[in-house]
Design a protein around this ligand. Structure first.
Ligand SMILES: [Zn+2]
Length: 206
């Protein structure tokens, strides 16, 4: 454990895109994917942070991104099962398919280090970006920071950047839902959970 996870901006973007792809293009638990035909809309939102990517995005990129998202989901599934070796092998396969090519590119007058292949198509470029970003997290010894929500009907993934690495849920919504369910179970199905009381002030066994 390396304490607080510090991600540089490149890695950060790659991790965030990976998480968005998994959450918005793959299903798990009760978590749904966009209806067929809506994947392009999801990708438009995911890539909105990078106007050149957005401009290059077309409907024919959708199957490649969906396939990439499914492999990234498998990486998170490996890590959920504490199988870092399997996750590393899966990331190596992605990296072999779309090897990173570190190079300097001038952006708004500043030279910045890019890692994706220079003239790659969009899916190949994001395969390299996502695989390298997750590989960096793994190589930093922070694989356990790539988490999957523990709410039984969720399955969304997240990067745990909390100080002690104790995050278990994708959102406070899932956290609250699970705690309310546990509260009701302890009450034998009766009673009203003290929802008006802030979550962190309730004394509950872990
Ligand atoms: Zn969740």
């Amino acid at each position: 454990m390396t304490g607080q996870v510090k991600l540089d901006s490149y890695t950060d973007a790659g991790v965030i895109v990976s998480i968005d792809l998994v959450n918005q293009l793959t299903a798990a638990g009760g978590h749904a994917v966009p209806a067929a035909g809506d994947e392009l809309g999801a990708l438009t939102r995911i890539l909105a942070f990078d106007p050149p990517s957005l401009a290059a995005l077309g409907a024919d990129d959708v199957p490649g991104f969906v396939a990439l998202a499914r492999v990234l989901r498998e990486v998170f599934d490996d890590l959920r099962g504490d199988d870092v070796d399997a996750a590393a092998q899966r990331l190596n396969t992605l990296l072999a398919r779309s090897p990173a090519q570190p190079h300097l590119a001038k952006e708004e007058g500043r030279w910045r280090l890019h890692h994706h292949p220079v003239h790659a198509e969009l899916v190949a470029m994001y395969t390299a970006i996502c695989a390298e970003a997750l590989a960096r997290v793994v190589s930093a010894g922070d694989a356990d920071r790539l988490g999957t929500c523990q709410a039984p009907d969720c399955g969304r993934v997240f990067a745990d950047v909390s100080k002690n690495g104790s995050r278990r849920f994708c959102t406070t919504t899932c956290q609250n839902r699970v705690k309310v369910t546990a509260f009701r179970r302890r009450r034998g199905g009766a009673g009203t959970p003290p929802a008006e009381q802030p979550l962190d002030q309730r004394r509950q066994p872990r």
